[in-house]
Write a new protein. Structure first.
Length: 260
């Protein structure tokens, strides 16, 4: 059976669902947080590819970056505009193709994307385009699903039945992602891993109940001491050497090689 591709219509349908921005999970600010650990974005030209709600770009714009949010979904850009308005953040919205970025060679300081690379059958096409628009000392951040996780198993089952919301999606290990970055002329400089918070089981339950009109809290705290303890344990594992191999998400930073 031929599996669906990930197409613009999937994303327009996904982002125009009847829900407020506040009802859509963000990524707990991990993208801006990881970027801040490594660089000061004040005055830098940064671009988020496949920006969706663009909340990460908004955060960087508030840090003083010249922030560009690019997406090919009109519905995603509508939400990005709303997020920027709410925060009072200067954000340049661009409707464009991730594989043909409307920017000159060596023109951007930072390119990043979260939940994007896994939707490309040939991820090298996206990474090569990322490298093209980066300045010689520029940085790319790629944030993707990690292979060894129950999330991947569930996803593969749904894809097999053509029931996955995005049509098709893959996943990566730290090693495979590093290899792809190197092949694109990018030198990996660091990696991180993150777990679901709240849990994947809770998120799935919440999504199912929303379809029948029942809305559970976005981030429940049933027993505060237990919640706090779980958070401490989760962060310690995430920040340990095994974190990138256990989380559902891995993120990799890379610099553009001088010869590229």
């Amino acid at each position: 059976m031929m599996k669906r591709a990930s197409e613009r219509k999937h994303w327009d349908d996904f982002w125009k669902r009847d829900r407020d921005l506040d009802e859509i999970y963000d990524n707990d600010g991990r993208i801006p947080m990881e970027i801040r650990k490594r660089m000061d974005v004040q005055g830098l030209v940064v671009m988020e590819v496949g920006a969706a709600t663009a909340r990460d770009s908004v955060a960087l714009a508030l840090d003083g970056a010249v922030a560009i949010a690019l997406d090919y979904s009109d519905e995603a850009l509508r939400l990005a505009h709303l997020a920027a308005q709410r925060a009072g953040a200067p954000l340049l919205l661009v409707c464009g193709d991730a594989l043909a970025l409307p920017f000159k060679d060596c023109s951007l300081d930072l390119v990043f994307h979260q939940g994007v690379l896994e939707h490309f059958r040939d991820p090298s096409l996206l990474l090569n385009e990322n490298a093209r628009v980066l300045k010689k000392d520029g940085t790319v951040l790629v944030d993707v699903p990690q292979t060894l996780h129950i999330y991947t198993v569930i996803k593969k089952v749904l894809i097999a039945f053509n029931a996955w919301f995005a049509g098709w999606e893959t996943q990566f290990t730290p090693r495979s992602l590093s290899k792809l970055l190197q092949e694109a002329g990018l030198e990996p400089t660091g990696v991180y891993g993150r777990f679901f918070s709240p849990s994947l089981a809770y998120r799935m339950l919440r999504e199912v109940l929303m379809k029948v009109g029942i809305r559970l809290p976005l981030r429940p705290v049933l027993i505060p001491p237990v919640h706090k303890l779980r958070s401490i344990i989760r962060k310690r594992i995430e920040n340990s050497p095994i974190g990138p191999n256990m989380g559902y998400i891995i993120g990799a930073f890379a610099k553009k090689k001088e010869s590229s």
